[in-house]
Write a protein that binds this ligand. Structure first.
Ligand code: PMP
Length: 286
């Protein structure tokens, strides 16, 4: 069951007019919220990022956070899986094709849930391959825009090379992955690029930095040289959690296997998730 403009209906019955500005211009934004044991993880944070994405494209938020929470809870209840990935998608609605914003046009609001698979055990045990690529996206990568053509092409570049992700470099500096944030470990210190208009402020990125309170860490710009000389590289995202990268551009990262700091952070993350599921802490603003 999906949600479209106020109703719940089976996916096969849902229809979008061809003049929807999401279809015509990619004029919209989205969110992806992981749900564990039927509880949305970090809901408040996802909804405030949604608010910022909407503000970034000057589209009024059609619902309050409380209304979103009710709709998301209903969508979860309508679907059979304990762990779900809830996809929210809002476009500037249906109007005659013209680049300028239409007047008095309601947005299109859609939510789809799908089963959320845990990260593949072999990825956690052995790590994954990534390639580097030039970050050729626009300058508002902080907006979770549905127009993802550069990300699609960059991810495919990775897949064509037998890798799972493209790690992006802009002017010699690390930004993020095609659909993930990137952490680096050098000499026992966890390093992360600072949030800016050049990367998506990941919800998982924030969780990892919170959990790094007892681990030496620095948030600062990272160079290509630092990335290539890393002892560990991790990818983070809501659907992949924390994934170790053990080969970069065909070369081993550090010892070529998931490192000690990854093991520690993976353990902290699983403990945190379990605590959230018991107490609901991850759905709060904290
Ligand atoms: N960067 C990009 C470009 C993404 O698409 C994503 C999400 N898939 C992320 C980072 C990670 O964000 P989050 O941890 O909120 O899923």
């Amino acid at each position: 069951m999906i949600y479209l403009n106020g109703s719940f209906l089976p996916l096969e019955q849902a229809r979008i007019p061809v003049l929807d500005r999401g279809f015509i211009f990619g004029d919209g934004i989205y969110e992806v919220i992981p749900v564990y044991s039927r509880q949305p993880f970090r809901l408040a944070e996802h909804l405030s990022r949604l608010e910022r994405s909407l503000a970034g494209i000057r589209l009024p938020n059609p619902h309050s956070a409380a209304e979103w929470a009710v709709k998301i809870t209903e969508l979860i209840a309508h679907n059979p899986w304990e762990d779900q990935s809830v996809y929210l998608h809002i476009t500037r609605g249906v109007a005659k094709r013209d680049h300028a914003f239409p007047q008095n046009t309601p947005p299109t609001v859609m939510m789809i849930s799908s089963p959320l698979a845990a990260p593949a055990p072999e990825h956690l045990a052995r790590g994954v391959s990534a390639v580097t690529a030039v970050d050729n996206r626009w300058l508002r990568c902080d907006i979770k825009a549905i127009s993802l053509l550069p990300n699609v092409l960059l991810r495919q570049q990775a897949v064509d090379a037998g890798a799972v992700e493209a790690i992006l470099l802009r002017d010699g500096m690390l930004t993020e992955g095609a659909a993930s944030n990137v952490f680096v470990v050098r000499n026992g210190i966890l390093l992360a690029p600072p949030k800016s208009h050049l990367m998506l402020p990941g919800i998982t990125y924030d969780v990892v930095l919170e959990l790094a309170a007892t681990i030496p860490h620095e948030v600062r710009p990272l160079t290509e040289t630092e990335l290539r000389g890393a002892h560990e590289i991790w990818l983070t995202s809501s659907t992949r959690e924390i994934t170790p990268v053990t080969r970069l551009d065909g070369q081993p990262v550090g010892a070529g296997e998931p490192g000690p700091l990854f093991r520690r952070m993976h353990g902290l993350y699983q403990e945190f998730k379990a605590a959230v599921m018991r107490g609901g802490a991850g759905t709060s603003g904290g």
